[in-house]
Design a protein around this ligand. Sequence first.
Ligand code: G3H
Ligand code: 13P
Ligand code: ZN
Ligand code: NA
Length: 282
Amino acid sequence: SLVPMSDILEKANREGYAVGGFNMNNLEALQAIIEAAEEEKSPVIVQASEGAIRYINMEYAVALAKAAADKASVPVALHLDHGGSFEKIIQCIRNGFSSVMIDGSKLPFAENIDLTNKVIESAHAAGVTVEAELGKIGGTEDEHTVEDKAATMTDPDEAVEFIEKTAVDALAIAIGTAHGVYKGDPELDFGRLEEINEKVEIPLVLHGASGVSDADIAKAIDLGINKINVNTAFQQIFTAKMREVLEDPEVYDPRKICGPAKDAMKEKVKEKIRLFGSNNKA
Ligand code: G3H
Ligand code: 13P
Ligand code: ZN
Ligand code: NA
């Protein structure tokens, strides 16, 4: 069965590696994530955004992830990525998610704390893990765009206060990454990460990891990141493989198009798992 994300992240925090928060956008993405985690003997966090839930259907998404977790020999959590409202969080908990993110990062600090606490009260009563976000990660998620220049990084002292005032299980921080495709090379503020990690005990989450160099990812893990979200890089490799297969005009069977795309994504997931150091940690 699905495990709470905190089980997975507490071990990662103790032992100093990161676990992927990998987005499930369709059946093949779920297959790629689970097959890769199995082969690498890695715990894994399957996450679905509100948009992905709308696309797949809530009941289908949970049933698929639960079936995958029941069959898998590795721990699997099902996590809501960037939950935007209390109502959406409750809907996910009622349907069986084992973890939720409440993204109050656009709210004033005090309101982010209040909303996070409201979510925690319900989620923890149901044994569900809560991730919150402090600071603004650049780029686009769902229909919401944060202007790169206006994107503000997480303040270390605010992070301390946030955690003192909430019992949040994991905290997403803004240190220079952005969602989606980067315009230039991302510049991560490692000093800021180091300071946050010194002051904060709970697992830290890095969003927008597609397009960040392997060296920077390794450094971020060294400096305390325990969950790393990847979506765009997998979408890109999935679609590139589909395009390649579709060059043959004789192809018409969707399984012959999506199957190879799934396999290509699976290899990329395995690469990320090894980079994050969660292989053989199941
Ligand atoms: O952080 C956002 C995720 O990449 C989800 O993106 O809203 O397009 O599903 P989405
Ligand atoms: P990317 O799409 O940039 O990989 O970001 C994923 C993410 O942060 C999901 O929450
Ligand atoms: Zn994100
Ligand atoms: Na990115």
